[in-house]
Write a new protein. Structure first.
Length: 129
């Protein structure tokens, strides 16, 4: 069984890779609209960082893991969208994994919301008053 710290390190490395891929993908595709002029990676980093802190301090708390997953899925969606633009607008469908990225963008785009919404619901108090 993988310890939660190994999972956190793996998620951090994956997020760093996705953030590092964002800059050249944005420059090559010439499209700032898809990433909201750079606001999307900032939001994804904030979600993932908050999730990592919560998951590190309280590994049994699902909110941290859901926030971390939401940040990773947001960044993956952004990078996949930029890759699809690069592949089909500039590369004319010749880049490897273009169809897989297109599937992610068009079929799985709500995944960041589906992961993040339970974190929002779980963070609300069970009863007020």
């Amino acid at each position: 069984m993988i310890s939660y710290r190994v999972a956190l390190w793996a998620a951090g490395i994956l997020l760093a890779g996705l953030l590092a891929a964002f800059v050249p993908l944005t420059m090559a595709s010439h499209d700032l609209h898809l990433s909201a002029a750079g606001a999307t990676p900032v939001m994804a980093l904030a979600l993932a960082a908050a999730g990592m802190v919560v998951a590190d301090r309280q590994s049994s708390n699902p909110i941290g893991w859901l926030l971390l997953g939401s940040g990773l899925a947001t960044m993956l969606s952004t990078d996949a969208g930029l890759y699809v633009l690069l592949d089909y607008r500039i590369g004319h469908g010749t880049l490897p994994l273009g169809p897989a990225a297109a599937f992610w963008v068009w079929a799985l785009w709500p995944l960041p919301f589906l992961i993040g919404t339970p974190a929002l619901v779980l963070s609300l108090p069970a009863h007020c008053g």
